[in-house]
Write a protein that binds this ligand. Structure first.
Ligand code: TA6
Length: 290
């Protein structure tokens, strides 16, 4: 179902037979909502989010492409999340498992003449967002080099999970990994803990992670499971109180109700030769946990 938001931007609502739903905006190809069959919202959206292109909405799952972070002439986290995507009526076939029993939408982003001026690489970015019968959310990205010289990109699904309180959550699956710490000039450290818990601002890129990460929310008695392919790194970010107060579209205390854990490919950018295509898959699910 296609609806329009308050600024006339098209959003696509996906629904499964049990009443679970997801909402994807053509602005940025950004997932803005993912709800359980009981209508519980699983993603964080800031109460001060700005729904006015080209500003990316604070929350949901912005797609950082063609770069993560700030480097060179591209804006922070690249331009894909600031652009209007289009519905892709002729998506090349995916594996049957990517469609069977799922409600899905295919979106497409191609560079405009202006984009090519700041990032001179002809690409097609096809995004499939799907909701399974169990209510799991899958994002499949396919980036193709359209017969131009080889180019490299980094990518992150900047996922804002809604949590009960930051003191109640722990992440498992990042133990013993190296990470680049954005709070210490991106220096490399090694994770010592047996699970990641939060007492202050965290802004890290964990490197070479396994393909399954779990976020336990003790109060909600629920665990988010992140399963990924082609996305070797994991960004973990909570701005904490001081930083979130300096971000205009972040409410003062909201940092307690969110945690970004992003499937990403950052340390080793992906290089595509002419005609080559890269695929990255992210599946988000949730299970009751004791
Ligand atoms: O999550 C890592 C990070 O780069 C943080 O440093 C912070 O800047 C965050 O992304 C949000 O970036 P944004 O451009 O969406 O405000």
């Amino acid at each position: 179902e296609v609806v329009k938001d308050r600024n006339g931007i098209h959003q696509v609502v996906l629904q499964n037979s049990r009443g679970a739903s997801a909402r994807v905006s053509l602005h940025g190809g950004q997932v803005l909502s993912w709800k359980t069959d009981r209508g519980e919202e699983l993603l964080f959206i800031s109460s001060k989010a700005i729904f006015m292109p080209p500003t990316p909405v604070r929350g949901g799952i912005p797609i950082c492409f063609p770069q993560f972070g700030k480097r060179g002439s591209l804006e922070q986290h690249g331009f894909a999340r600031n652009k209007i995507w289009v519905m892709d009526d002729h998506p090349p076939p995916l594996q049957p498992s990517d469609s069977s029993g799922k409600s899905f939408i295919d979106l497409l982003l191609k560079p405009s003449e202006d984009d090519l001026k700041i990032w001179p690489h002809s690409f097609e970015f096809r995004l499939r967002v799907s909701l399974s019968a169990e209510g799991y959310l899958t994002l499949i990205s396919r980036v193709r080099n359209i017969n131009c010289k080889p180019f490299s990109f980094s990518i992150a699904y900047h996922t804002y999970f809604s949590i009960s309180d930051i003191s109640e959550v722990r992440i498992e699956g990042l133990e013993t990994l190296d990470y680049l710490d954005n709070l210490h000039e991106k220096k490399r450290f090694t994770e010592q803990g047996d699970a990641l818990t939060f007492e202050s601002e965290v802004d890290r890129v964990y490197l070479g992670s396994s393909d399954m990460i779990a976020i336990f929310d003790h109060e909600r008695k629920q665990t988010f499971i992140i399963q990924k392919e082609g996305l070797p790194d994991v960004v973990v970010w909570n701005p904490w109180e001081k930083k979130s107060k300096s971000i205009p579209d972040f409410g003062d205390e909201e940092y307690r109700q969110m945690l970004c854990v992003d499937g990403a490919a950052i340390e080793k950018p992906i290089t595509l030769k002419p005609g080559e295509e890269w695929t990255g898959r992210l599946e988000l699910s949730y299970v009751p946990s004791s």
